[in-house]
Design a protein around this ligand. Structure first.
Ligand code: ZN
Length: 117
C-alpha cells in the first residue's frame, strides 16, 4: 500500500468513471468493517476483489448499479469536503482507492486505475 498526496487523490477522483470502478463502500463514519455500512462489488471485478480481500464476494454483495450510485455520491462529496477528508492510496494490485468522508457518511471507492502504481 502506498498513500497518495491530496493532489494525487483529487486527480484520481477527477478521472474516476463508472467504467473504472471495482467496488464501493458507503456507511456511517467510524468503522468500515461493514458494521456501519455495505461493501458492494462490480460483477466484472468480483473475483479480483474476493482475492484482494482474502475471501470470496457473495452474490448479495454484487450490485453494479449501487456501486455506480455510491461512486457518484463520493465524487460529488469530494468536491466540497476539506482536503483532510479525502484520502487516496494504491492497493497491493496497484489500483487506486480513495475515501471521502463527510460528517454523516464515509465512502470508499476502489478503481482499476493503475496510473500511480
Ligand atoms: Zn465495524
Amino acid at each position: 500500500m502506498k498513500d497518495l498526496t491530496v493532489a494525487e487523490t483529487r486527480r484520481a477522483i477527477a478521472s474516476c468513471r463508472a467504467e473504472t470502478v471495482t467496488h464501493a463502500y458507503s456507511g456511517e463514519p467510524g468503522c468500515a468493517c461493514g458494521c456501519k455500512g455495505d461493501w458492494l462489488y462490480m460483477q466484472q471485478y468480483r473475483e479480483h476483489c474476493g482475492k484482494e480481500r482474502g475471501y470470496p464476494v457473495r452474490d448479495d454483495e454484487v450490485d453494479d448499479a449501487k456501486v455506480k450510485l455510491v461512486t457518484g455520491r463520493a465524487v460529488i462529496a469530494s468536491s466540497w469536503v476539506e482536503d483532510r477528508n479525502v484520502n487516496g492510496w494504491v492497493d497491493k494490485s496497484g489500483f487506486v482507492n480513495f475515501a471521502v468522508q463527510t460528517e454523516t457518511m464515509l465512502y470508499i471507492i476502489g478503481t482499476n486505475d493503475r496510473s500511480f502504481a
